[in-house]
Ligand binder design. Structure first.
Ligand SMILES: C[S@@+](CC[C@H](N)C(=O)[O-])C[C@H]1O[C@@H](n2cnc3c(N)ncnc32)[C@H](O)[C@@H]1O
Length: 238
């Protein structure tokens, strides 16, 4: 990771994402989490004030280690034990079925291979647990989608790999999670960046895991209806 991604971006994210208005979305999606939670993209701990009191421990994962320092006050103020266990949500150094749930907030948009990260979450979350998520992603209206596909190549360069055109509900169901509830709506801010997907996606019973994995579509199959440019980046929908 370069200087910008390691030193500048975490500070920008800390300022932009720790506002009261974003906090309302966090509180809404984190409700219902209990016990031990894994959080890929822990960042600077902006979720800590919003976890319900039933959450006792958070396993934090993030490649930008400056976030740990920026999280100082939130760590001190929180009753939750936070253990930093890794740098990459695509390789979670935890045992199978070791977590009661997961928090994903504005992170699945950035992880290079979301399919791999979600397979890892399925592995570490106990049956009956769930991923609680709020992400910005693909809008419902085709005219806005067109802009999002145009913006993505630049967005990725400027914001550490962040995409504005990912469809998080589809990513979760294709990974074998079952959507309990999902809302898709505009938050405040520039529209291409502010179409939120939020909800709760449950890990299925252990017996169903292999069956679901067997029927998963590959990334290529999933993007069959999506036009890609010469670099293989999405640029429209057929
Ligand atoms: C937009 S920030 C969101 C931070 C935090 N989740 C929040 O809600 O404020 C995206 C975060 O994902 C992290 N990230 C990027 N690649 C990652 C990966 N492969 N695994 C885990 N986290 C990653 C970034 O370092 C950054 O902290």
């Amino acid at each position: 990771m370069g200087f910008y991604t390691q030193q500048v971006l975490p500070r920008l994210v800390d300022k932009a994402c720790a506002t009261e208005s974003v906090g309302k979305w966090r509180a809404k999606v984190l409700a219902g989490l209990v016990g031990v939670v894994v959080e890929p993209g822990f960042g600077s701990g902006s979720n800590l004030p919003y976890f319900p009191p039933e959450v006792t421990k958070v396993y934090a994962i993030d490649p930008a280690t400056l976030g740990r320092k920026l999280a100082g006050d939130r760590l001190e103020a929180s009753a939750i034990e936070v253990e930093f266990v890794g740098l990459d949500g695509q390789q979670i150094p935890l045992d199978d079925n070791s977590c009661d749930g997961a928090a994903l907030t504005f992170t699945l948009c950035t992880i290079p291979d979301p399919d791999v990260a979600l397979a890892e979450l399925r592995r570490v979350i106990k049956p009956g647990g769930a991923v609680h998520f709020v992400e910005h992603g693909l809008a419902d209206d085709p005219s806005m989608q067109k802009w999002q596909f145009r913006i993505d190549p630049v967005q990725k360069r400027l914001f550490g790999g962040c995409h504005v055109s990912r469809d998080h509900g589809s990513l979760l169901t294709d990974a074998g999670f079952e959507i309990d509830w999902i809302e898709r709506e505009y938050a405040s801010g520039p529209k291409a960046w502010s179409f939120y997907h939020l909800g709760r996606a449950a890990e299925l019973a252990a017996t169903a895991k292999s069956a679901v994995r067997g029927s998963q579509r590959s990334s290529d199959e999933r993007s069959a209806g999506i036009l890609v440019d010469q670099l293989g980046e999405p640029c429209g929908i057929v």
